[in-house]
Design a protein around this ligand. Sequence first.
Ligand SMILES: Nc1nc2c(c(=O)[nH]1)N[C@H]1C(S)=C(S)[C@@H](COP(=O)(O)O)O[C@H]1N2
Ligand SMILES: [Mo]
Length: 350
Amino acid sequence: MNQPIRLPPGQQLVAADKWPLVGERTPQKSDSPWTVSIGGLVGQPQIFSLDTLRTLPQTEQTVDIHCVTRWSKLQVGFGGVRLADLLSAAKPSTKARYISFVARSARHHSTSLPLSDAIEQQTLVALRCDGQPLAEMHGGPVRIVVPGRYFYKSVKWLTAIELLADDRLGYWEREAGYHNAADPWLEQRYIASELTKQQIATMLHSRDWSNRELRGIEADGLDLAGLVARGALLRNASFRRCNLRGANFEQANLSNAHFDQAVLSGASFINADCEGASFAGADLRGANFSGASLFGASFYDELQQGATSHEVETGSNVFEPAKFDAATRIDTAAIEQLTPPQQAFLGRHR
Ligand SMILES: Nc1nc2c(c(=O)[nH]1)N[C@H]1C(S)=C(S)[C@@H](COP(=O)(O)O)O[C@H]1N2
Ligand SMILES: [Mo]
Protein backbone atom coordinates (compact mmCIF):
# COMPACT_ATOMS: atom_id res chain seq x y z
CA MET A 1 0.00 0.00 0.00
CA ASN A 2 1.19 3.51 -0.78
CA GLN A 3 1.55 5.91 2.11
CA PRO A 4 -0.84 8.83 1.92
CA ILE A 5 0.96 11.91 0.60
CA ARG A 6 2.15 14.05 3.48
CA LEU A 7 4.19 16.65 1.63
CA PRO A 8 2.90 20.21 1.77
CA PRO A 9 2.80 22.16 -1.53
CA GLY A 10 6.18 23.09 -3.01
CA GLN A 11 8.22 20.76 -0.74
CA GLN A 12 10.65 17.97 -1.74
CA LEU A 13 11.98 15.06 0.31
CA VAL A 14 15.65 15.01 1.27
CA ALA A 15 17.56 11.72 0.97
CA ALA A 16 16.69 9.49 3.93
CA ASP A 17 20.15 9.80 5.53
CA LYS A 18 20.41 13.58 5.08
CA TRP A 19 19.47 16.36 7.50
CA PRO A 20 20.52 19.80 6.19
CA LEU A 21 21.94 22.39 8.56
CA VAL A 22 20.18 25.74 8.31
CA GLY A 23 20.99 29.05 10.01
CA GLU A 24 23.41 29.31 12.90
CA ARG A 25 25.93 26.47 13.26
CA THR A 26 26.78 26.52 16.96
CA PRO A 27 25.50 27.88 20.27
CA GLN A 28 27.37 30.62 22.10
CA LYS A 29 30.30 29.30 24.12
CA SER A 30 29.85 29.79 27.86
CA ASP A 31 31.22 28.41 31.13
CA SER A 32 27.94 28.62 33.01
CA PRO A 33 25.74 25.52 33.05
CA TRP A 34 22.91 25.36 30.53
CA THR A 35 19.51 26.47 31.82
CA VAL A 36 16.09 27.05 30.30
CA SER A 37 14.10 29.83 31.94
CA ILE A 38 10.41 30.67 31.72
CA GLY A 39 9.60 34.32 32.33
CA GLY A 40 7.43 37.23 31.24
CA LEU A 41 3.71 37.05 32.02
CA VAL A 42 3.83 34.10 34.44
CA GLY A 43 2.84 33.72 38.07
CA GLN A 44 5.92 31.63 38.94
CA PRO A 45 9.05 32.20 36.85
CA GLN A 46 11.10 29.02 36.45
CA ILE A 47 14.70 28.05 35.74
CA PHE A 48 15.32 24.46 34.70
CA SER A 49 18.72 22.76 34.58
CA LEU A 50 19.28 20.09 31.93
CA ASP A 51 19.18 17.45 34.68
CA THR A 52 15.80 18.69 35.85
CA LEU A 53 14.48 18.66 32.27
CA ARG A 54 15.67 15.06 31.92
CA THR A 55 13.86 13.95 35.10
CA LEU A 56 10.50 15.49 34.15
CA PRO A 57 7.93 13.23 32.40
CA GLN A 58 9.26 12.51 28.89
CA THR A 59 7.37 12.08 25.67
CA GLU A 60 8.34 10.74 22.24
CA GLN A 61 6.93 12.36 19.10
CA THR A 62 7.26 11.53 15.41
CA VAL A 63 7.49 14.81 13.54
CA ASP A 64 7.57 15.85 9.86
CA ILE A 65 10.16 18.58 9.29
CA HIS A 66 9.33 21.13 6.57
CA CYS A 67 11.98 23.77 5.91
CA VAL A 68 10.94 27.01 4.25
CA THR A 69 13.76 26.44 1.72
CA ARG A 70 11.62 23.58 0.34
CA TRP A 71 13.18 20.44 1.79
CA SER A 72 11.18 18.09 4.00
CA LYS A 73 12.25 15.18 6.17
CA LEU A 74 9.42 12.97 7.36
CA GLN A 75 8.95 10.87 10.48
CA VAL A 76 11.80 12.17 12.62
CA GLY A 77 11.64 10.82 16.20
CA PHE A 78 12.12 13.55 18.80
CA GLY A 79 12.02 13.04 22.57
CA GLY A 80 11.76 15.50 25.44
CA VAL A 81 9.31 17.40 27.60
CA ARG A 82 6.00 18.75 26.36
CA LEU A 83 6.00 22.56 26.32
CA ALA A 84 2.50 22.50 27.87
CA ASP A 85 3.84 20.60 30.89
CA LEU A 86 6.71 23.06 31.43
CA LEU A 87 4.35 26.02 31.11
CA SER A 88 1.87 24.73 33.65
CA ALA A 89 4.64 24.84 36.27
CA ALA A 90 5.09 28.55 35.53
CA LYS A 91 1.37 29.44 35.82
CA PRO A 92 0.94 31.68 32.74
CA SER A 93 -1.14 34.81 33.29
CA THR A 94 -4.43 35.11 31.39
CA LYS A 95 -2.90 38.17 29.69
CA ALA A 96 -0.24 36.02 27.98
CA ARG A 97 -1.18 35.60 24.32
CA TYR A 98 2.21 35.07 22.63
CA ILE A 99 5.26 32.96 23.39
CA SER A 100 8.83 33.76 22.38
CA PHE A 101 11.68 31.24 22.31
CA VAL A 102 15.20 32.62 22.67
CA ALA A 103 18.46 30.86 21.80
CA ARG A 104 21.78 30.86 23.62
CA SER A 105 23.52 31.98 20.43
CA ALA A 106 25.56 34.88 19.12
CA ARG A 107 22.57 36.82 17.84
CA HIS A 108 20.16 35.82 20.62
CA HIS A 109 18.15 34.22 17.86
CA SER A 110 14.44 34.02 18.61
CA THR A 111 11.07 33.19 17.15
CA SER A 112 7.51 33.57 18.41
CA LEU A 113 4.06 32.00 18.12
CA PRO A 114 0.57 32.72 19.40
CA LEU A 115 0.47 30.83 22.70
CA SER A 116 -2.64 28.89 21.67
CA ASP A 117 -0.87 27.82 18.48
CA ALA A 118 2.20 26.59 20.35
CA ILE A 119 0.00 24.41 22.57
CA GLU A 120 -2.27 23.12 19.78
CA GLN A 121 0.75 22.16 17.64
CA GLN A 122 2.06 19.93 20.49
CA THR A 123 5.30 21.86 20.78
CA LEU A 124 8.13 19.84 22.27
CA VAL A 125 11.16 20.93 24.28
CA ALA A 126 13.40 18.36 22.60
CA LEU A 127 16.43 16.73 24.25
CA ARG A 128 16.76 13.67 22.00
CA CYS A 129 16.53 12.63 18.38
CA ASP A 130 16.22 8.97 17.35
CA GLY A 131 16.82 8.00 20.97
CA GLN A 132 20.21 9.80 21.14
CA PRO A 133 21.03 13.13 22.77
CA LEU A 134 20.29 15.87 20.22
CA ALA A 135 23.46 16.72 18.22
CA GLU A 136 24.84 20.18 18.94
CA MET A 137 24.62 21.31 15.30
CA HIS A 138 20.90 20.45 15.31
CA GLY A 139 20.21 22.43 18.45
CA GLY A 140 21.53 20.22 21.25
CA PRO A 141 21.44 20.04 24.18
CA VAL A 142 17.89 21.41 23.95
CA ARG A 143 15.80 22.87 21.13
CA ILE A 144 12.19 23.69 20.42
CA VAL A 145 10.31 21.52 17.92
CA VAL A 146 7.02 22.92 16.62
CA PRO A 147 5.32 20.25 14.48
CA GLY A 148 3.03 21.70 11.82
CA ARG A 149 5.01 24.91 11.23
CA TYR A 150 7.98 25.61 8.97
CA PHE A 151 11.14 24.62 10.80
CA TYR A 152 12.24 28.22 11.44
CA LYS A 153 9.76 28.21 14.35
CA SER A 154 11.89 25.47 15.96
CA VAL A 155 14.62 27.36 17.80
CA LYS A 156 17.94 25.59 18.32
CA TRP A 157 19.84 25.95 21.67
CA LEU A 158 16.80 27.05 23.68
CA THR A 159 17.64 29.07 26.77
CA ALA A 160 14.61 31.26 27.47
CA ILE A 161 10.86 31.04 27.04
CA GLU A 162 8.95 34.31 27.47
CA LEU A 163 5.21 34.84 27.67
CA LEU A 164 4.01 38.12 26.16
CA ALA A 165 0.82 40.15 25.77
CA ASP A 166 1.87 41.43 22.34
CA ASP A 167 3.82 39.59 19.69
CA ARG A 168 7.55 40.17 19.32
CA LEU A 169 8.76 39.14 15.87
CA GLY A 170 11.63 36.67 15.70
CA TYR A 171 14.95 37.04 13.90
CA TRP A 172 14.01 35.68 10.46
CA GLU A 173 10.53 37.16 10.63
CA ARG A 174 11.93 40.64 11.40
CA GLU A 175 15.12 40.66 9.33
CA ALA A 176 14.34 38.48 6.35
CA GLY A 177 10.59 38.71 5.70
CA TYR A 178 9.75 35.15 6.76
CA HIS A 179 5.99 34.82 7.24
CA ASN A 180 5.03 35.06 10.90
CA ALA A 181 2.32 32.38 10.65
CA ALA A 182 4.54 29.75 8.90
CA ASP A 183 1.87 27.15 8.06
CA PRO A 184 3.46 24.90 5.39
CA TRP A 185 0.06 23.62 4.18
CA LEU A 186 -0.89 27.25 3.37
CA GLU A 187 2.61 27.94 1.96
CA GLN A 188 3.10 30.88 4.31
CA ARG A 189 6.81 31.15 3.48
CA TYR A 190 7.61 34.83 3.02
CA ILE A 191 5.64 38.04 3.49
CA ALA A 192 5.19 38.40 -0.29
CA SER A 193 4.53 35.17 -2.13
CA GLU A 194 5.56 36.39 -5.62
CA LEU A 195 9.01 37.57 -4.59
CA THR A 196 12.18 35.62 -3.91
CA LYS A 197 13.79 35.62 -0.50
CA GLN A 198 16.58 37.83 -1.89
CA GLN A 199 14.14 40.38 -3.32
CA ILE A 200 12.34 40.56 0.03
CA ALA A 201 15.58 41.05 1.94
CA THR A 202 16.55 43.91 -0.40
CA MET A 203 13.12 45.51 -0.03
CA LEU A 204 13.19 45.35 3.77
CA HIS A 205 16.68 46.76 3.89
CA SER A 206 16.16 49.68 1.47
CA ARG A 207 12.61 50.51 2.62
CA ASP A 208 11.98 51.78 -0.92
CA TRP A 209 8.87 50.13 -2.33
CA SER A 210 8.00 52.88 -4.82
CA ASN A 211 5.85 51.77 -7.76
CA ARG A 212 6.17 48.10 -6.80
CA GLU A 213 3.43 45.50 -7.09
CA LEU A 214 2.99 44.06 -3.63
CA ARG A 215 -0.64 43.04 -3.55
CA GLY A 216 -1.55 41.19 -0.37
CA ILE A 217 1.85 41.57 1.27
CA GLU A 218 1.63 40.34 4.89
CA ALA A 219 3.93 42.67 6.78
CA ASP A 220 2.20 42.60 10.21
CA GLY A 221 4.34 43.84 13.08
CA LEU A 222 7.38 44.91 11.03
CA ASP A 223 9.38 48.03 11.78
CA LEU A 224 9.06 50.01 8.54
CA ALA A 225 9.56 53.55 9.81
CA GLY A 226 10.25 55.97 6.96
CA LEU A 227 9.05 53.51 4.30
CA VAL A 228 8.77 55.07 0.83
CA ALA A 229 5.97 53.40 -1.13
CA ARG A 230 4.95 56.13 -3.59
CA GLY A 231 2.66 54.77 -6.28
CA ALA A 232 2.98 51.19 -4.97
CA LEU A 233 0.23 48.65 -5.59
CA LEU A 234 -0.67 47.49 -2.07
CA ARG A 235 -4.25 46.28 -2.37
CA ASN A 236 -5.16 43.99 0.54
CA ALA A 237 -1.76 44.57 2.11
CA SER A 238 -1.57 43.88 5.82
CA PHE A 239 0.39 46.33 8.00
CA ARG A 240 -1.22 45.61 11.38
CA ARG A 241 0.81 46.94 14.36
CA CYS A 242 3.64 48.11 12.04
CA ASN A 243 5.81 51.08 12.84
CA LEU A 244 5.18 53.26 9.76
CA ARG A 245 6.14 56.61 11.25
CA GLY A 246 6.72 59.14 8.48
CA ALA A 247 5.92 56.63 5.72
CA ASN A 248 5.18 57.93 2.23
CA PHE A 249 2.17 56.28 0.56
CA GLU A 250 1.49 59.11 -1.92
CA GLN A 251 -0.58 57.91 -4.89
CA ALA A 252 -0.35 54.32 -3.64
CA ASN A 253 -3.20 51.88 -4.14
CA LEU A 254 -4.12 50.82 -0.60
CA SER A 255 -7.62 49.54 -1.21
CA ASN A 256 -8.71 47.14 1.53
CA ALA A 257 -5.30 47.42 3.21
CA HIS A 258 -5.12 46.80 6.98
CA PHE A 259 -3.38 49.37 9.17
CA ASP A 260 -5.02 48.40 12.46
CA GLN A 261 -2.96 49.55 15.45
CA ALA A 262 -0.11 50.74 13.21
CA VAL A 263 1.93 53.83 14.04
CA LEU A 264 1.32 56.19 11.10
CA SER A 265 2.25 59.50 12.69
CA GLY A 266 3.41 61.94 10.04
CA ALA A 267 2.63 59.47 7.23
CA SER A 268 1.54 60.84 3.87
CA PHE A 269 -1.45 59.37 2.02
CA ILE A 270 -1.71 62.29 -0.42
CA ASN A 271 -3.80 61.22 -3.44
CA ALA A 272 -3.72 57.60 -2.28
CA ASP A 273 -6.57 55.17 -2.86
CA CYS A 274 -7.57 54.07 0.66
CA GLU A 275 -10.98 52.63 -0.24
CA GLY A 276 -12.02 49.98 2.25
CA ALA A 277 -8.77 50.37 4.20
CA SER A 278 -8.93 49.97 7.98
CA PHE A 279 -7.12 52.25 10.42
CA ALA A 280 -8.71 51.04 13.69
CA GLY A 281 -6.44 51.90 16.59
CA ALA A 282 -3.81 53.47 14.31
CA ASP A 283 -1.80 56.49 15.45
CA LEU A 284 -2.64 59.06 12.76
CA ARG A 285 -1.24 62.16 14.43
CA GLY A 286 0.09 64.44 11.72
CA ALA A 287 -0.96 62.04 8.94
CA ASN A 288 -1.98 63.70 5.68
CA PHE A 289 -4.91 62.30 3.65
CA SER A 290 -5.26 65.28 1.27
CA GLY A 291 -6.74 64.14 -2.01
CA ALA A 292 -7.05 60.54 -0.74
CA SER A 293 -10.13 58.48 -1.49
CA LEU A 294 -11.72 57.00 1.64
CA PHE A 295 -14.89 55.24 0.42
CA GLY A 296 -15.62 52.47 2.91
CA ALA A 297 -12.52 53.20 4.99
CA SER A 298 -12.78 52.70 8.75
CA PHE A 299 -11.16 54.33 11.77
CA TYR A 300 -12.72 52.16 14.44
CA ASP A 301 -13.81 48.55 14.42
CA GLU A 302 -17.60 48.43 14.22
CA LEU A 303 -17.60 44.69 14.85
CA GLN A 304 -16.09 45.46 18.21
CA GLN A 305 -19.55 46.44 19.36
CA GLY A 306 -20.26 42.72 19.15
CA ALA A 307 -17.25 41.80 21.32
CA THR A 308 -18.12 39.56 24.25
CA SER A 309 -17.83 40.95 27.76
CA HIS A 310 -14.99 38.48 28.34
CA GLU A 311 -13.03 39.97 25.43
CA VAL A 312 -13.69 43.46 26.69
CA GLU A 313 -12.59 42.53 30.21
CA THR A 314 -9.40 40.79 29.19
CA GLY A 315 -8.68 43.31 26.43
CA SER A 316 -8.07 40.33 24.15
CA ASN A 317 -9.97 41.62 21.16
CA VAL A 318 -10.33 45.30 21.77
CA PHE A 319 -8.68 47.99 19.68
CA GLU A 320 -7.99 51.46 20.88
CA PRO A 321 -9.71 54.00 18.64
CA ALA A 322 -7.48 55.72 16.07
CA LYS A 323 -5.55 58.73 17.38
CA PHE A 324 -5.68 62.13 15.64
CA ASP A 325 -4.35 65.60 16.36
CA ALA A 326 -4.73 69.09 14.91
CA ALA A 327 -2.14 68.26 12.23
CA THR A 328 -4.07 65.24 10.88
CA ARG A 329 -5.46 66.29 7.49
CA ILE A 330 -8.59 64.69 6.00
CA ASP A 331 -10.57 66.53 3.29
CA THR A 332 -14.20 67.32 4.06
CA ALA A 333 -15.14 65.62 0.79
CA ALA A 334 -13.36 62.44 1.93
CA ILE A 335 -15.20 62.42 5.26
CA GLU A 336 -18.46 62.44 3.32
CA GLN A 337 -17.35 59.17 1.67
CA LEU A 338 -17.39 57.38 5.03
CA THR A 339 -20.35 55.48 6.46
CA PRO A 340 -22.46 57.42 8.98
CA PRO A 341 -21.07 55.57 12.05
CA GLN A 342 -17.49 56.22 10.87
CA GLN A 343 -18.30 59.88 10.25
CA ALA A 344 -19.80 60.13 13.73
CA PHE A 345 -16.67 58.51 15.18
CA LEU A 346 -14.39 61.02 13.42
CA GLY A 347 -16.65 63.83 14.63
CA ARG A 348 -16.18 62.67 18.24
CA HIS A 349 -12.45 61.96 18.11
CA ARG A 350 -10.93 64.58 15.83
N1 LIG B 1 19.23 29.41 17.28
C1 LIG B 1 18.80 29.23 16.03
N2 LIG B 1 17.74 28.43 15.81
C2 LIG B 1 17.29 28.23 14.56
C3 LIG B 1 17.91 28.86 13.45
C4 LIG B 1 19.02 29.70 13.70
O1 LIG B 1 19.63 30.28 12.80
N3 LIG B 1 19.43 29.86 14.99
N4 LIG B 1 17.42 28.65 12.18
C5 LIG B 1 16.07 28.13 12.05
C6 LIG B 1 15.82 27.62 10.71
S1 LIG B 1 15.58 28.77 9.49
C7 LIG B 1 15.67 26.28 10.46
S2 LIG B 1 15.16 25.72 8.94
C8 LIG B 1 15.99 25.28 11.49
C9 LIG B 1 17.09 24.38 10.99
O2 LIG B 1 17.39 23.39 11.91
P1 LIG B 1 18.53 22.35 11.56
O3 LIG B 1 19.80 23.12 11.31
O4 LIG B 1 18.61 21.43 12.73
O5 LIG B 1 18.09 21.63 10.30
O6 LIG B 1 16.40 25.86 12.70
C10 LIG B 1 15.76 27.05 13.06
N5 LIG B 1 16.22 27.42 14.36
MO1 LIG C 1 14.68 27.59 7.59
